[in-house]
Design a protein around this ligand. Structure first.
Ligand SMILES: Nc1ncnc2c1ncn2[C@@H]1O[C@H](COP(=O)(O)OP(=O)(O)OP(=O)(O)O)[C@@H](O)[C@H]1O
Ligand SMILES: [Mg+2]
Length: 289
């Protein structure tokens, strides 16, 4: 079962990966499907068990980081809000969450210079407008983690990197500072733990919402292979983009087909889907033991 096609609860949002169902005015059921989006296009073939793996990894981090910031969990169990009949459809891939008012930026933290950050640095010596020391190599560790927010694009659009000033203009100065400081604190705590499991977290994206009282609350997914770059510490070398426990495997396969990155994506062979699932599972096992 990849994603339930119908639950008695009313579906209120279908994202690239997750579906949201209304429980009542204050609560939602968030269900992670096995869909994978690469280059912002949803693949037609599900990645077996991906939604369950993402949910397990996120739940692990929400718990571990609970002391740093309130999160979106209500404390209710899925079986409290889904009938016994429907439970098997969502078991392991659903959580009961507070309906928050999303903070309209994606809170990205980078501890290493790679991907779009590396591309920008080569051109201008900056990442998202932040000046960095000269002479950094690809995948180098930054002197300290940096906050590089992006816009939250609507389905079908690409998120766009913005400066901290633009972030302040979108969500307000005070909230921007709070989101930045909280994101860096979360990233730093996660990095420290991951190091004990032989994993480098190169970068990650957090999402926040505000509760009824305006309290900043961590939501969505946390430190999964979909939202982060995880590198095995043992194969890390500066100057090379290391192999990762994330979508890179399926991205590389997609690029090898010569696809122009416009929907639809090429059909993913079963063995590529399975190998991708294996990478996600490896991240879960390595992180949580
Ligand atoms: N507690 C919450 N309250 C309100 N919205 C939430 C909460 N938790 C997650 N969301 C939102 O639910 C949606 C989850 O869907 P999904 O992860 O598939 O993302 P998406 O919107 O397609 O795009 P992206 O993956 O780029 O964020 C996101 O829009 C996320 O911001
Ligand atoms: Mg998302």
């Amino acid at each position: 079962m990849t994603t339930p096609t119908s639950l008695s609860l009313k579906k209120i949002y279908s994202g690239k990966v997750r579906d949201l169902y209304e429980i009542d005015a204050k609560r939602m059921l968030m269900v992670a499907s096995d869909r994978l989006s690469a280059f912002d296009v949803i693949l037609d073939e599900p990645i077996p068990e991906k939604g369950k793996i993402l949910t397990a990894i996120s739940n692990f981090w929400f718990d571990k980081l609970a002391g740093l910031v309130p999160n979106h969990f209500t404390g209710d169990k899925v079986e409290d809000v889904v009938s016994a009949e429907e439970l098997p459809l969502v078991e392991g891939r659903a959580v009961v969450v507070k309906r928050l008012k999303p903070v309209a930026v994606e809170a990205i933290v980078r501890g290493y210079i790679v991907g779009s950050g590396w591309k920008e640095y080569q051109k201008s010596g900056t990442v998202c407008g932040i000046s960095l020391p000269a002479g950094l190599k690809e995948a180098a560790k930054l002197p300290q983690p940096i906050f590089t927010p992006s816009t939250k694009a609507a389905v079908g659009d690409h998120d766009e990197n913005i400066s901290f000033e633009q972030c302040e203009a979108i969500i307000g100065k005070e909230l921007a500072a709070k989101v930045r400081d909280t994101s860096i604190a979360l990233y730093s705590a996660a990095v420290e733990y991951a190091a004990t499991r032989g994993i480098i977290i190169a970068d990650t994206k957090f999402e926040f919402g505000l509760d009824e009282d305006g309290t900043l609350t961590l939501m969505d997914e946390v430190l999964t292979p979909d939202s982060s770059r995880f590198w095995p510490a043992e194969s890390y070398v500066e100057g090379k983009n290391p192999p990762s426990f994330d979508k890179q495997f399926v991205r590389d396969w997609l690029e090898s087909t010569g696809w122009n990155k416009q929907p639809p994506a090429p059909a993913v062979p079963a063995e590529v889907a399975q190998k991708t699932a294996d990478k996600y599972r490896e991240a879960l096992v390595k992180l949580t033991g």
